[in-house]
Ligand binder design. Structure first.
Ligand SMILES: Cc1cc2nc3c(=O)[nH]c(=O)nc-3n(C[C@H](O)[C@H](O)[C@H](O)COP(=O)(O)O)c2cc1C
Length: 256
């Protein structure tokens, strides 16, 4: 306890005060039913809140209907999801814990369920689980996806949620894929140097702020270093962190 004198003291992030420094990172359970919150999910997260966690970040939550990350993952891409999320948020809040939803677009890492169209990616490189390679997403599609992130965040706000985490870490999914030079080989405004590769994430932040206001928490999960030849370095991520701070995020969740 002496080694961690602040662990059980409150911390204020933006306008939200969290009762302690115990944050639960996103961990997929696959307990959702067609993306909807189930009783098992309510029990899972509210038990963590009951146990004393100050802030919970949910597992990946998809923001649009076309691509599934893994069957059983959570979704928030239309208003029919709001009542379930409200039940989950209320269950966590009764223990005075805060909750963020981790918003995610799986892109090239989507599960190839029957009927899934060709997967999208920053460029024509990178890993994928489907039988055929993904295609580069168009700029028009990106504009639509930015709006979908904003609408998803607004639904979570309507459900009483405290904020959202934007998943841009691990070279994973659309935003993580755009950020890394390993998978983003685009030559348009969404590619090239680090500013270009970060553009999509910054647009998502701006859209969420616009829709959800200043009291809603926004954090971004990033990799601290990709430890890969040609991948993002610690120096890159210090630069990215400063850009995220300037864009008004309330905190940064650094992963490896
Ligand atoms: C079963 C499982 C599910 C996970 N689901 C997610 C997820 O939904 N979103 C995410 O960003 N990370 C996810 N992760 C990564 C974890 O949040 C975490 O970074 C990882 O377990 C490493 O833990 P550490 O940071 O304590 O070393 C998952 C990890 C595991 C083992």
């Amino acid at each position: 306890m002496n080694h961690f004198p602040h662990l059980f003291s409150p911390i204020t992030l933006g306008k939200v005060t969290v009762k302690n420094r115990l944050f639960m990172p996103p961990l997929s359970t696959n307990l959702a039913d067609k993306g909807y919150v189930t009783d098992a999910l309510v029990e899972h997260y509210s038990n963590r809140a009951k146990g004393g966690v100050g802030l919970i970040i949910t597992e990946v939550t998809t923001v649009e209907p076309t691509y599934t990350y893994l069957p059983g993952d959570m979704s928030i891409y239309d208003d029919s999801y709001i009542p379930g999320w409200k039940k989950l948020v209320d269950a966590v809040h009764q223990y005075d814990a805060k909750i963020l939803s981790q918003l995610f677009h799986p892109a090239y890492m989507a599960f190839p369920l029957p009927g899934t169209p060709q997967l999208i990616a920053p460029s024509n490189v990178g890993p994928y689980y489907a039988k055929s390679a993904p295609r580069a997403v168009t700029v028009e599609e990106l504009h639509e996806i930015v709006k979908q992130f904003g609408e998803a965040a607004y639904r979570f706000l309507q459900a009483g949620g405290d904020g959202v985490e934007i998943q841009a870490a691990h070279a994973h999914g659309l935003l993580g894929g755009f950020l890394t030079p390993l998978y983003n080989k685009r030559t348009d405004e969404y590619g090239g140097d680090l500013n270009g590769r970060l553009r999509l994430t910054l647009e998502v932040i701006e859209e969420i702020r616009k829709k959800c206001g200043n009291d809603f928490l926004i954090d971004v999960r990033i990799s601290g270093d990709e430890y890969s030849d040609g991948g993002l370095t610690l120096r890159d991520m210090i630069y990215v962190s400063k850009q995220l701070e300037a864009a008004g995020v309330n905190f940064i969740h650094v992963s490896v």
